[in-house]
Ligand binder design. Structure first.
Ligand code: AMP
Ligand code: MN
Ligand code: MN
Ligand code: MN
Length: 277
């Protein structure tokens, strides 16, 4: 049987719609043989996913998607093959949970000023024990008919510079990468084209990322077309980074993204899974 990797997805431990168990089962149904669970700033879903993976017969790679700041911009760093019990990483996730809760309070206060009450209670209820993200706010705005799509929620309220945007300083890029490498994992720059960087900024970012120990880049995501894959593959080659593939699946209701539904890694790119033990 041929291997199928999906190295980026979310469960209810952050802003995914499926429990870790349901996510693993769905991945299996879609032919995934190796799945990395990479929730935002948390490893809380990994134990359950691991149990489900053993029962289902697929290989689970423990992962995380850390929010990191570099040059006043936010980047997402996927950690693959991490030890979720590595104490500095555990401690970091606890701090990030506090940061996210405080940020949620500020976002809700801004929405309240726009005469949209009740957001904090709603997002806390939706997130449960998991990380509160802006996706939860987008879902709330949608459910209350303040917007008609998730995208509109970001365009009007939650996106950078919009009415309910709260600028956040995340962990420094170097620190975030050190938690991943310290936990025995491989640090991968997630969805590199989503940051809308110019080519010269992208080169500065990748040089800085490599300098602090980054080893991989997501060459294929659930949303990239052939041209985009070529662009990122060229960066991977130039910076000698291994290539990762991940759907960034969140929710079965999104018809554009599915677990395992990702283009293959271009053949000349070194696969990141060769770096995972
Ligand atoms: P946060 O980490 O709390 O800032 O939330 C970021 C999450 O919000 C991302 O992981 C996406 O799931 C979602 N998100 C960010 N921007 C958008 C957008 N423009 N449209 C839809 N979802 C978005
Ligand atoms: Mn997300
Ligand atoms: Mn991301
Ligand atoms: Mn993601």
């Amino acid at each position: 049987m041929s291997e199928k990797y999906d190295l980026h997805c979310h469960s209810t431990a952050s802003d995914g719609a499926l429990s870790p168990t349901a996510l693993v089962q769905r991945a299996h149904e879609h032919g995934v043989t190796s799945l990395a669970l990479t929730d935002h700033d948390t490893v809380a879903g990994i134990a359950e996913a691991q149990t489900a993976a053993i029962e289902t017969g697929i290989h689970l790679i423990p992962g995380i998607e850390l929010s990191a700041s570099w040059q006043n911009k936010c980047f997402h760093i996927v950690g693959l093959g991490i030890d979720p019990d590595y104490p500095p990483l555990r401690e970091a996730t606890l701090n990030l949970q506090i940061m996210r809760t405080e940020r949620a309070e500020k976002i809700a206060a801004k929405l309240e000023k726009k005469r949209i009450p009740g957001a904090l209670e709603a997002v806390k209820k939706a997130a449960g024990d998991g990380m509160i993200t802006r996706s939860h706010f987008a879902d709330f705005l949608l459910s209350q008919f303040h917007v008609s799509t998730q995208q509109e929620a970001f365009d009007r309220y939650l996106g950078a510079g919009k009415a309910a945007f709260v600028p956040t300083t995340w962990s420094d890029l170097e620190l975030a990468v050190s938690w991943i490498t310290g936990a025995g994992g491989v640090a991968v720059l997630a969805h590199p084209l989503r940051y809308k960087l110019t080519a010269s900024w992208m080169k500065r970012l990748l040089a800085a990322f490599k300098e602090v120990g980054g080893l991989g880049i997501e060459v294929v995501t659930g949303r990239y077309n052939a041209d985009e894959i070529k662009i990122v593959a060229a960066y991977a080659t130039h910076f000698e980074l291994a290539g990762s593939v991940g759907s960034d699946f969140h929710n079965p209701a999104n018809p554009w993204v599915e677990l395992g539904r990702i283009a293959p890694l271009p053949e000349h790119i070194k696969p990141v899974w060769e770096l995972l033990s």
